[in-house]
Design a protein around this ligand. Sequence first.
Ligand SMILES: [Zn+2]
Length: 232
Amino acid sequence: MNSEIAKRVTVNPVVLNPTQPRQSASPTILKNLKHVSGYLHSPLVCLTFDDGPDPVYTPAILDLLAMHKIRASFFVLGEAAERFPRLVERMLSEGHTVGNHTYSHRHPWMISPGRARDEVARGSEAIQKITGHAPRWFRPPHGRLRRAMLKQVQAENMTTVLWSHSIIDWGPMGTETGVAQRLHDIKFGDIVLMHDGQRQHNHPHLIVQQLPKLAEWLVQRGITAVTLDQVA
Ligand SMILES: [Zn+2]
């Protein structure tokens, strides 16, 4: 593994709080990311998509990922997974990783501790019913950490994964130019946050529009996109 890869992997933690400066990461994931990186002789990134499955945008994104032979990780909502179970099955059958993004995307800080635990547990149950396996990965809504949630995550042997680079494909900053620029700014070792779900102020149509360009940049830079299951 060349030193550039090692540097990027070291400075871009896999698990971190997006509201704070980059900080310590899960040692397990980091160790394996380095290992896989060395094995492939290629810099790695993890592309992640939240808030789906969505009946319109998830199939479009899956089609593009398949066309460009890119694997990704989807943090799904239990509620949406129950409505569109075939899409969750399709994610798995096409080699993507499926993680838990809670049952109904309630803000972790605005609910009781009991409800917070329940949101995690029901999210996992919904995934397990469809896939036959308990999810290994958890991402809290809005990236907000909550002790009650993390206890449940730990009890279920999941690892919390936030991100190191947000495409900000939502809200007023989620413009075509902004999204394109931030996709262009992806660096080796990044965990990239995007959205396939339409909820709230997300603009998944911009991701669909820009994914072919992202695929080109990854190839040009020799960057391989891997799933969380592939690195840990
Ligand atoms: Zn979300």
